[in-house]
Structures are given as structure tokens and as C-alpha cells.
Design a protein around this ligand. Structure first.
Ligand code: GLU
Length: 310
């Protein structure tokens, strides 16, 4: 079995490499355009501690939108369900991640925490003296990696060029959805997006979520089960931008992607998977990462509605 998983991983990596050049590296944040387009890696972690890896699984990249899942955990831990979901909805949008449209058309609340508008409000809900430090502490603890840190150049690049996120924040402020100073909240948001992780860190995060928030080595409840359920449900519904439906059919795992090229995926069969490949499709998802996850889901029977055992 051990050997089978490793060979499936290697096969998935090869198939991922075949589609890599159908994508493009994100360049709307200038610093992200410097990514190495040939990078591709995957790591799979099981709750019994076994780890399988292939390709560039240990190269750090900025987590970007994957940070939205961690900040949601932190907001729920510190402000609670009622406060968070009085300001943000739980519905998929089918729109781009940075869309402003629905805020004017339908509801003053952002549709969900996985789009930029929702994530900016989520950041404003974190009730700790230093929200970014609390975020960093949570990421380090969950990934069991105290070396995780901010990429200062990406942060400054986002801060300098983030006019669209600024528009969203000021619109939310004018509609009284955002409490606090927009620039301060955006600063926390940009920093969170610019924290560096690896596919291996993501596999560990996914494994913890798949294990109901419990660290299998210590039996410590790192994240409450009720929070894990909320976050993974929202990942399933809206974690892959406006491609979440197609991805659910083809891969069928609660997942979250980021424009830095990362994807974290969770299988209820006690497995976490992290992938990294900065070449993105038009929706903003890693082309190589998606292909790898499609192959793993099919070959290892991980799809949420696959009844065969793992
Ligand atoms: N920092 C990015 C932004 O706000 C995150 C986008 C993403 O990964 O989807 O535009």
C-alpha cells in the first residue's frame, strides 16, 4: 500500500507536468510574476504519520487566498459564529474572487469568507491585540513549523498595488459592514496573504482538518470540531473560486487555492494533500495542482462520494 501511494503520487506529478504550460503565472501582484513557472510538487500526509512527497514539495511560496481559511478559523475562535456570520454570508458566488458586483446588487454582506470582500471582513473580526501575530502563531502551530514567516517583498508589492482590494474595503466601510480603519484591516489582510508555506505544510494542515482538528501525535484539539466543519464545508462550496462546482465534480475534496500556486485538499479518509505549482488557469487555480489532485482523487478513491475504501 505504502509503495502504491508513492507511485500514484509520481504518476500524478508527471500528468501535472504535462499540462503546466496551459497556465500562466499571476502577475497582477508584480512580485508574484517572479515565480518559477516550472515548479510543481505534491505532498500527502496520513493521520498515522506517513508522508509521501514528489517534486517541489518543499519550496516556499506565499499562501495568498489559502490564508482566508486560517483567518476564518481565527475569527470564529475569537469573535464567534454569530458575529462572523452576521457580517458575512455562506453562499457561493460564481463570480471572480475579487468581484465587487454582488455587494451593490444583492446584499451589503459579502457572500462568503473565501472571496476577497469576505476575507477583508473576516480579518476585521479577529479579536486579538495583534491579529497578524495571532494568525502567524496559528499557522505555525497547525503546520508544526515554527520557521513559517512573512515574505516582506510580496507583502509590500501587494500593499502598493492593491487598489482593487482597497476599493472593496472602502465600499464595505461606506456600507457599514467594515468596522475599523480600512487601511489597518487591509494591512493585516495583505500580510496574511504574504505568509510563506510549502506543499508539505499544507498537507499537514489538511491532515489536521481531516482529523477533526486533532493533532494525531499528541491528541491535542488544535481547532474545535465545529469550526473545522464550517471551514471545510465552505472550502467545498467556494474554495476554488468560480471553478468550485467543476472542481467538486472532478476532484470532490474540500480544497482551497491561492494565486501563489498552492492548493490544500482534505479527504475525510484521514488524509491531507498539499500541492504547489504557480502556473494558473484563467480562474486563478494551479493547473498542475488541479491535475495532480484529479489523478489522486481518482486513483486513491478520495472523492467525497467515492464509496470504495482508501
Ligand atoms: N492577495 C491576493 C488578492 O487579494 C489573494 C488572491 C488569491 O489568492 O485569490 O488579490
Amino acid at each position: 500500500m505504502e509503495k502504491d501511494i508513492q507511485s500514484v503520487l509520481e504518476m500524478a506529478l508527471e500528468q501535472g507536468r504535462d499540462v503546466l504550460y496551459e497556465g500562466k503565472v499571476a502577475n497582477y501582484i508584480p512580485e508574484l510574476a517572479k515565480a518559477d513557472s516550472s515548479n510543481l510538487g505534491v505532498c500527502l500526509m496520513k493521520k498515522d504519520g506517513s508522508i509521501y512527497k514528489a517534486g517541489d514539495y518543499n519550496i516556499p511560496f506565499t499562501m495568498q487566498s489559502i490564508s482566508k481559511t486560517f483567518s476564518l478559523i481565527l475569527a470564529l475562535q475569537t469573535a464567534g459564529y454569530d458575529k462572523v456570520f452576521s457580517k458575512i454570508g455562506m453562499e457561493p458566488t460564481g463570480d471572480r474572487f475579487d468581484s465587487i458586483l454582488q455587494l451593490e446588487l444583492k446584499d451589503w454582506r459579502p457572500f462568503n469568507p473565501m472571496i476577497n470582500a469576505g476575507a477583508i471582513v473576516t480579518a476585521s473580526c479577529i479579536e486579538t491585540p495583534d491579529p497578524f501575530q495571532s494568525f502567524l502563531d496559528l499557522v505555525r502551530r497547525v503546520c508544526k513549523n515554527p520557521g513559517i514567516r512573512l515574505n516582506e517583498s510580496v507583502y509590500l508589492s501587494e500593499k502598493k498595488t492593491g487598489t482593487r482590494n482597497r476599493s472593496i474595503a472602502y465600499l464595505l466601510k461606506s456600507d457599514h459592514v467594515l468596522d475599523g480603519e480600512p487601511e489597518d484591516i487591509l494591512d493585516v489582510y495583505f500580510r496574511m496573504c504574504s505568509v510563506m508555506i510549502t506543499a508539505r505544510d499544507l498537507a499537514r494542515y489538511g491532515m489536521l482538518l481531516s482529523n477533526h482538528g486533532i493533532d494525531p501525535e499528541t491528541n491535542e484539539q488544535v481547532i474545535d470540531t465545529s469550526i473545522v466543519r464550517i471551514v471545510t464545508t465552505l472550502m467545498m462550496l467556494c474554495g476554488m473560486y468560480d471553478e468550485s462546482g467543476e472542481y467538486a465534480v472532478k476532484v470532490g475534496l474540500p480544497s482551497k487555492s491561492g494565486v501563489g500556486g498552492g492548493i490544500v485538499a482534505i479527504s475525510r479518509k484521514g488524509v491531507g494533500i498539499g500541492t504547489f505549482g504557480p502556473m494558473l488557469n484563467k480562474k486563478g487555480n494551479s493547473v498542475g495542482g488541479e491535475k495532480i489532485l484529479q489523478v489522486l482523487s481518482r486513483e486513491l478513491h478520495l472523492h467525497v462520494f467515492d464509496t470504495a475504501s482508501f
